[in-house]
Ligand binder design. Structure first.
Ligand SMILES: [Zn+2]
Length: 471
């Protein structure tokens, strides 16, 4: 099938260009002069719209399998599609976690049957416990491996354990110490892969919680128990390991000015360090705690306006390379348990692009930079470029169309998640993600799916990724 996306403004990292995009057999075939006559089976009129390379959400926890009362892969990929994302990268900490190739292959098969968007899979790095699986996971096409720094793993269920102090120690795989962490960096480096980490130093967290002197009751307590120092320290340690081993080190969900400054300095010194932030850190602050209650709770926590401003500066200057949602749903009743006991995380996959488009229309980020952090640089980082992340002949025909003059009302009623309660309920956003094309077929229009479910697995290719990535 030949599809022509006509009369739009194609936006790449290099900037905007007026062009018609001809797609066939799932690929982009040509960029044509606007109005050039060409035969096509189907046309999408993009007049007045920006045509981006399909957006990629690199940070999604679909809870599937293991906690499918919270969310499922079918729901998260449908939400992603309706929000303007065409590829998502699934985090490895469902239950069982993706710590070996057998689990990776099973997850790939299960998810392929449910996917509304294309998807890649993360692997999980545990330290010595699965060091021998790191190379096989890369060969199987893992986009990166994630290290949940400071978290334990339940030996029986292979699920992550966040607060493991109270659990019987022999039921757990305890987090590796730094010497073992360096070995893990070395192993990932030899695969040319990316080691991403949740960065909050667990010893600083433990001592900070003790210093508080009482259980966490308010949002201010939560911030004092999880200071930015914990994030900045883990990043600094990881940056040293990255420099020493040559391993690409990626900081996920960076939420503090202090963290961003460490990344900026490490990059300036030549360390292969990159960072991701998320819309929650770019649009919310501690002042939203009163309004939202524990719905605001994420790890690391959302902090001050100064932190938010610093993160926008980091997005603009390249310190932040990629923006992902950290979609991590829970039941509403779980989120209402209070700032201390409520689990961290919330919906994000469907609002990622709309919130970033709103920021673009308000002038906080240029269209070219938006193409970078939501598509091109993300694709490069995870070994998906140039198949994904670009609008040029040969690339997958994945496109996200945006009307900068439009608007979007965020509402729980319209969310496609299993538990459709979003932090941004009631927000009026500027700009509108109007449509998407996935694999050369119209896939979404006005926030609803079009046609059949056609998501496919995409493998990370780390030889190309490594050469292409700008660190
Ligand atoms: Zn996450």
């Amino acid at each position: 099938m030949k599809l022509l996306v006509s009369s739009g403004t194609v936006v790449t990292e290099q900037g905007p260009v007026e062009a018609d995009v001809l797609c066939s057999d799932g690929r982009i075939r040509a960029l044509l002069a606007p109005g050039e006559r060409v035969a096509a089976d189907e046309r999408v009129d993009a007049a007045g719209q920006l045509v981006f390379p399909g957006f990629i959400d690199p940070h999604v926890h679909s809870r599937d399998p293991g906690a499918t009362h919270k969310e499922t892969f079918a729901h998260s990929t449908l939400g992603a599609l309706c929000g303007g994302t065409t590829t998502l990268l699934e985090m490895p900490n469902a239950v069982p976690a993706v710590t070996d190739v057998a689990t990776f292959e099973r997850r790939r098969e299960e998810h392929a049957a449910k996917a509304w968007t294309d998807f890649g899979l993360w692997g999980m790095a545990l330290g010595p416990a699965n060091l021998h699986e790191i190379a096989p996971l890369h060969r199987a096409g893992a986009v990166a491996v994630k290290f949940f720094w400071g978290y334990a793993l339940d030996r029986r269920t292979k699920g992550l354990v966040y607060d493991f102090a109270a659990a019987p120690p022999d039921s757990l795989l305890l987090p590796p110490e730094n010497g073992e962490v360096v070995e893990m960096f070395r192993e990932v480096a030899s695969c040319g892969g990316v080691l991403a980490a949740h960065c909050e130093d667990r010893h600083i967290l433990a001592r900070s919680a003790e210093r508080l002197g009482h259980p966490i009751e308010t949002y201010d307590d939560l911030l004092r128990a999880r200071p930015a120092l914990a994030e900045a320290t883990s990043i600094a340690v990881g940056a040293q390991f990255a420099r020493a081993t040559g391993c690409r080190f990626h900081v996920v969900h960076m939420g503090s000015a202090a963290g961003a400054q460490v990344v900026r300095e490490a990059r300036a010194a030549g360390a292969p360090v990159t960072a991701e932030t998320c819309p929650q850190y770019l649009t919310l602050t501690e002042r939203d705690a009163e309004r939202l209650g524990p719905a605001l709770k994420v790890y690391p926590p959302v902090r001050s306006q100064a932190d938010q401003d610093a993160l926008w500066a980091a997005v603009a200057d390249g310190t932040v390379m990629s923006v992902g949602s950290d979609h991590a749903p829970h039941l509403v009743e779980e989120k209402m348990r209070g700032f201390g006991s409520a689990p961290a995380g919330g919906l994000g996959v469907e609002t990622l692009a709309p919130l970033m488009v709103d920021a673009m229309v308000r002038g906080r980020i240029s269209p070219a930079r938006l193409a970078g952090v939501l598509s091109t640089e993300t694709a490069r980082l995870y070994g998906l470029w140039p198949r994904k992340g670009t609008v040029r002949p040969g690339a997958d025909a994945d496109l996200t169309l945006v009307d900068p003059e439009g608007s979007w009302h965020v509402s729980n009623d319209r969310m496609h998640a299993l538990n459709p309660v979003t932090t941004w309920d009631g927000w009026d956003l500027r700009g509108r993600v109007t449509a998407s094309v996935l694999g050369g077929h119209p896939a979404m229009k006005d926030g609803e799916p079009v046609g059949e479910r056609r998501g496919r697995f995409v493998a990370g290719d780390h030889t190309a990724g490594r050469a292409a990535v700008r660190t």
